[in-house]
Design a binder for this molecule. Structure first.
Ligand SMILES: Nc1ncnc2c1ncn2[C@@H]1O[C@H](COP(=O)(O)OP(=O)(O)OP(=O)(O)O)[C@@H](O)[C@H]1O
Ligand SMILES: [Mg+2]
Length: 235
């Protein structure tokens, strides 16, 4: 479902990712951890084709991202949903409109859209906010709108960048339950987080730790821990 091989990425002279290799099967749940600047967002952006793959290979939901023509990117993004660290929701649209948008572009009927949006919004405890403008919501509420928008389309792969960062413990646990529910239905989830608490609460999940762009720890055999000899070969 997700295959990353010898992936490196630089911003000018700075290597944000160095020789990362790991793979995930359908329905696996991965926590991506590591301190600020470790490369988590960069990795998620590469998986979503919002950064080009320059070194190494990435295969996501059957798409080879290294050779993916730009016109195929919308098709990839029908399978892969993302919750961005900075939400990217539209402040002058309501909660309903923000969540419905992803379904509208897929041409679903209004009745269908209405039902799906309301169910997801309810699941995230936002039903009383559904007709409010997103710009008027608190940070945690906006974050839940971003999550609602990404899960409403039933993606094959869900990438989430710090989705619980602005939430109190109860809400974070509730959101994790929602992610887990998706995962139970076969969605592959990659979730970047700083919260060691959340990771500890889900010991069955895969874990991958990045430090200065390198994979320095992983708890399953599908990931390659960085070693300098491999690095020299590829960089
Ligand atoms: N567009 C960019 N241009 C230049 N450098 C960048 C760019 N994006 C990221 N970087 C650098 O790459 C490194 C990794 O950044 P990244 O955003 O992937 O870290 P992160 O692990 O997501 O951190 P955080 O936990 O703070 O979100 C950082 O040092 C950052 O400054
Ligand atoms: Mg980040």
């Amino acid at each position: 479902m997700l295959n990353v091989t010898n992936l490196s990425h630089n911003f000018g002279p700075y290597w944000a990712l160095k020789n990362c290799s790991f793979s995930l099967k359908k329905g696996e749940f991965l926590f991506l951890t590591g301190s600020s600047g470790a490369g988590k967002t960069t990795l998620l952006r590469l998986l979503y084709a919002s950064l080009p793959v320059m070194r190494g290979n990435v295969n996501v939901a059957g798409y080879n991202l290294k050779s993916l023509p730009a016109r195929q990117i919308p098709n990839l993004r029908r399978q892969v949903s993302v919750v961005f660290q900075d939400f990217k929701i539209l402040p002058y649209r309501t909660v309903f409109q923000n969540v419905a948008m992803a379904l509208e572009v897929r041409g679903l009927s209004n009745i269908h859209i209405d039902r799906r949006v309301r169910a997801v919004v309810r699941g995230l405890g936002l039903e009383s906010r559904i007709n409010m403008l997103c710009g008027e919501l608190s940070g945690g509420e906006q974050q839940r709108v971003a999550v609602a928008r990404s899960i409403v389309v039933n993606p094959k792969i869900l990438l989430a960048d710090e989705p619980t960062g602005n939430l109190d413990e109860d809400l974070a646990a509730r959101m994790m339950d929602i992610f887990k529910k998706f995962h139970m239905h076969g969605t592959t989830v990659v979730l970047a987080t700083h919260s060691s608490n959340i990771v500890r609460m889900h010991p069955e999940a895969r874990q991958l730790r990045l430090e200065h762009g390198k994979i320095t720890a992983a708890n399953w055999r599908g990931a390659e821990i960085f070693s300098d000899s491999i690095a020299e070969e590829h960089l």
